[in-house]
Write a protein that binds this ligand. Sequence first.
Ligand SMILES: [Mn+2]
Length: 330
Amino acid sequence: MQNNKLCEIAEILKKYNNFIISSHVHLDGDALGSEIGLYLMLRQLGKDVRVINQDKTPDIYQFLPCIEEIACTEKLDEEYFFDIKPKTILIVLDSSNLDRIGKIHIDIKQIDFIVNIDHHPSNTFYGKYNYINPHASSVGEILYGLGKQMGCILNKQMAISLYTAIVTDTGSFRYANTKASTFQIALDLVKLGVNPSRLTDYIYNNNKLSSLKILGEALRKIKIDSSSRISWTIVTRDMLIETKSKDEEIEGIVDKILSLKKVKVSAFFRETKDGYIKVSFRSKGEFNVDQFARMFGGGGHPNAAGCSVKGTIKETTKLIISKLQTELDN
Ligand SMILES: [Mn+2]
């Protein structure tokens, strides 16, 4: 278990020529923006690079440059993997453990070694080379520094990708992970041609009718505990069917229910396609949801984390809310 320096990671990436970049299932702005940012940097350095994810790219990120270059393993045939050159390096971004990227690493036999770049404090250092910086707001912020260390000339396309990573992982510069350095990097990215209002329009003002309907249904079911410190709600498979919405459309609900006055922690429970209950947590201030989610085999960041539990939505909600109450009382 070793944490490398960023300059060591830069040297490794400069030395090798063939790369596959991947990130976690349930792709978000940091995963995709970082993948494309790094893809463009390595391409600028003349490398052979592919981006492969288990999950399909959510519709709202179609505005990202080169988004059509990203492959999804569901749609790949075996031949794609035969094509992978020997001595290929797998770069995993924004994933605290290797299971987070889904099945892809099992399919790729030709991988020489893994480079792990992340900002989750729970990262398990699964790479041969690791750069884990829990102080970074996002992997996008880390890659900005890595690009400079590799001698890349950052351009507008890279800036759009990295800005997307930073703006989504900081909740538009609102979360506690937003530091002076975050703004400094954002400033540089804007100077490179990012239009902040246009970019956030793509991400936040691009809702489908179904997204607002499922949000409405989830808000109708919101509950708070007797102390008003915990808010929670659920989305079932039936609710998704009734509102004709997709799983990817329910990402922001947990943040909405945290906005209640006095609430310190919010939890969002949803039924997944494969029979699990996926729970997302958000907190304001001190309460560490990363530590809390680890009790259920999950993790994340101090103010944003999640876990998956086998069981019914009713049992899981009851179990987790009562545990949250106990923890908040301690
Ligand atoms: Mn991230």
